[in-house]
Write a protein that binds this ligand. Structure first.
Ligand SMILES: NC(=O)c1ccc[n+]([C@@H]2O[C@H](COP(=O)([O-])OP(=O)(O)OC[C@H]3O[C@@H](n4cnc5c(N)ncnc54)[C@H](OP(=O)(O)O)[C@@H]3O)[C@@H](O)[C@H]2O)c1
Length: 498
C-alpha cells in the first residue's frame, strides 16, 4: 500500500512526459522516494494502468538523461504508476478519483497526497474546489500549481482566495522552476556566503544591472496558448522578477521559508510603480518578424495575422530603497533571439579617475560580473589588466568559474529539486501568495494600458536578432548597453569578449 500518492492532473500532457516523470524517476533513482509511493495520472485521454505505464516507459527513453537510463530501475519505477481517465473539469468525476486513491492507499493511509496541477490554467480554479467537495483536501496533502498563477492581478487574487479556502498556505506550492535551478540558488550562496562582494553590492558601486532570459526558438506548437499570454505574463511577471529579487534582496537574518520569502516580497513592494508617462520610455515591446530563414510570429500556426502579442520585452525597473535607489535594472526576454541564455550582469561603476588611456584599440572598462544561469552555468568577472610589453596598454580579460568544477556532480534538475522539497514540506523555493500579488500589482497597470491602447508601440525585430533597436535606445541615456553573449554558447566557446 502506498504511503505517499502523487496525483498528476494533465498526466497525458507535454510537461508530464518531458519534465515531471523524469524528475520523479530521478528522485526514485537517487532513493529520495521510498518504495511505498504511487503516482496516479489523471486526465481525459483513455489509458488503463497498463497502457499508461507503456506510454510513460517509452517516453522515458526520450526525455531522461542518458546517465540515468537504467532499464531495471525504470521498470521498477514504472510499476508505481497508475492512471485514472477523468475530466478534471467535471466535479462529478472526483468521487471515483477518491475511490482510486483509497484503493491505492489502503485502510491505514493518512492522506499524504501530493497534487500536481499540470493542466491548462483554466482548471487551476476548479480542481481545488472539486477536491474539497469529496474531502480530498486532507490535512496531509499539498498542491503544486504550475505557472501562470493568474492572468492579471484580479484573477490572481481570485485564485489565491480559492486556494486559501481549500488549503492552508503551507500546503500550497506555486512553482516557478527557475528557483529550482542550482544556479539560481547559487546566486544566494554567492551573495550571502561570501563577504567580499557585499560591501560593493549597492548603489555606491553598482552602475546598473541587466537580467536576460532569452531563447533562440519561436513558439513552436504553443501558438494558441502563447498568443493569449505574451512575454510579459509568460516570463517577466514570474521568472525575470524572481531573478531581480535574488539579485536585489537583503540577506535574511536566518534562512528559512518565511524569512527568505519575506525578503523577496520586500523587493517587489519596493519596485517604483511605472506611470503611463513612463510606459514608452521604460518599456520596449517587440514581436519577431521573418528573418534568418525563419518565419515571423504572425505566420506561425494559430496566430492571427494582426496579432499584437509581444514576443520580446525589455524594461527598465527601479527599486526604491536605500541599497538600490538610482540603479536601473534592465530586464529583457525574447523569443527567436540569436541564442538561448539566462544571465544576470552586474555593471560596476567606472574608477573615479582613470589614469590609463586607450591604446591600440583597448580601453580600460568598468568591471562586469556575469552570473550565468544557463547554459554553461558559471560566474565571470571582467578585469582590466596590463598587456605584457612596453607602456601601459590595458586589456579587458575574464576570470571565469564554471559550475562543472564543483566536483563533477551533474547539475540537478529543477523539477526534481522542487518536487522533492514539496514532498519534504519545504516551501522555501516556491512563490508565496503575497509575492504573486505584489508582482501582479506592479505589472497589472502595464497590461491594462496595452489593453486600453492597442496602438501603443510594438516594434518588429527580425527572428535571430537581439530584439528591437529601441531596446538599445532605452539604455543609452544611462550610457548603458546590453551584454549580448556569443551567438553559439558551446563548451569550447564559453564566454566571448566582454
Ligand atoms: N510544457 C512546459 O514545458 C511547461 C513549462 C512551464 C509551465 N507549464 C505549464 O504547465 C501546464 C501543463 O503544461 P503542458 O504543456 O503539459 O500542457 P498541455 O499539454 O497543453 O496540457 C496538459 C494536459 O491537460 C489536459 N487538458 C487540456 N485541455 C484540457 C481541458 N480543457 N480540460 C481538461 N483537461 C485538459 C490534456 O490531457 P487530456 O486531454 O488527456 O485531458 C493535456 O494532455 C500548463 O499550465 C503550462 O502553462 C508547462
Amino acid at each position: 500500500m502506498a504511503k505517499l500518492i502523487i496525483v498528476i492532473f494533465g498526466a497525458s500532457g507535454d510537461l508530464t512526459k518531458r519534465k515531471l516523470m523524469p524528475a520523479l524517476y530521478s528522485l526514485f533513482y537517487t532513493k529520495r522516494l521510498n518504495d511505498d509511493f504511487a503516482i496516479l495520472g489523471a486526465s481525459r485521454t483513455t489509458y488503463s494502468d497498463e497502457s499508461y505505464r507503456e506510454y510513460i516507459n517509452k517516453e522515458m527513453y526520450h526525455f531522461l538523461d542518458k546517465s540515468l537510463q537504467d532499464k531495471e530501475k525504470i521498470d521498477e519505477f514504472i510499476a508505481h504508476l497508475y492512471y485514472k481517465s477523468m475530466d478534471p473539469a467535471e466535479e462529478n468525476q472526483y468521487a471515483s478519483l477518491k475511490d482510486k486513491i483509497d484503493t491505492l492507499g489502503g485502510a491505514h493511509f493518512n492522506g499524504n497526497i501530493l497534487y500536481y496541477l499540470s493542466t491548462p490554467p483554466v482548471l487551476y480554479g476548479k480542481i481545488p474546489l472539486y477536491l474539497r467537495s469529496v474531502g480530498l483536501n486532507t490535512k496531509e496533502s499539498r498542491i503544486i500549481v504550475e505557472k501562470p498563477f493568474g492572468y492579471n492581478l484580479e484573477s490572481a487574487l481570485a485564485l489565491n482566495k480559492i486556494y486559501e479556502n481549500v488549503f492552508d498556505e503551507h500546503q500550497i506550492y506555486r512553482i516557478d522552476h527557475f528557483l529550482g535551478k542550482e544556479t539560481a540558488q547559487n546566486l544566494l550562496a554567492f551573495r550571502f556566503a561570501n563577504g567580499v562582494f557585499e560591501p560593493l553590492w549597492n548603489r555606491n558601486y553598482i552602475d546598473y544591472i541587466e537580467v536576460t532570459a532569452v531563447e533562440n526558438l519561436g513558439i513552436g506548437d504553443r501558438g494558441g496558448f502563447y498568443d493569449k499570454v505574451g512575454a510579459l505574463r509568460d516570463m517577466v511577471q514570474n521568472h525575470l522578477i524572481q531573478l531581480v529579487a535574488l539579485a536585489a534582496m537583503e540577506p535574511p537574518a536566518i534562512f528559512n521559508a518565511d524569512t527568505f520569502r519575506n525578503e523577496i516580497v520586500k523587493v517587489y513592494d519596493s519596485l517604483k510603480p511605472l506611470t503611463e508617462i513612463d510606459f514608452n520610455d521604460h518599456i520596449v515591446r517587440g514581436q519577431y518578424t521573418a528573418g534568418h530563414y525563419k518565419i515571423g510570429y504572425r505566420e506561425e500556426k494559430g496566430i492571427p495575422e494582426d496579432s499584437r502579442t509581444e514576443t520580446y520585452i525589455a524594461m527598465r525597473l527601479e527599486i526604491g530603497n536605500w541599497r538600490w535607489s538610482g540603479v536601473p535594472f534592465y530586464i529583457r526576454t525574447g523569443k527567436q533571439m540569436p541564442t538561448k541564455v539566462t544571465e544576470i550582469v552586474v555593471h560596476f561603476r567606472e574608477t573615479p579617475h582613470q589614469m590609463f588611456h586607450c591604446s591600440k584599440g583597448n580601453c580600460p572598462k568598468a568591471n562586469k560580473l556575469i552570473l550565468r544561469l544557463q547554459p554553461n552555468e558559471g560566474i565571470v568577472l571582467s578585469l582590466g589588466l596590463k598587456v605584457p610589453g612596453s607602456g601601459f596598454q590595458i586589456k579587458n580579460v575574464t576570470m571565469a568559474f564554471d559550475y562543472n568544477q564543483l566536483g563533477g556532480i551533474p547539475m540537478g534538475d529543477a523539477y526534481a529539486r522542487l518536487i522533492d522539497d514539496c514532498i519534504q514540506n519545504d516551501p522555501t523555493l516556491f512563490t508565496r501568495s503575497d509575492a504573486v500579488e505584489a508582482s501582479w500589482r506592479f505589472f497589472d497597470p502595464i497590461l491594462n494600458y496595452w489593453q486600453k491602447h492597442p496602438e501603443a508601440p510594438l516594434y518588429g525585430y527580425p527572428a535571430g536578432t537581439w530584439g528591437p533597436l529601441e531596446s538599445e535606445d532605452m539604455m543609452h541615456y544611462h550610457h548603458a548597453e546590453w551584454t549580448n553573449p556569443c551567438k553559439n554558447l558551446t563548451d569550447t566557446d564559453k564566454y566571448c569578449e566582454l
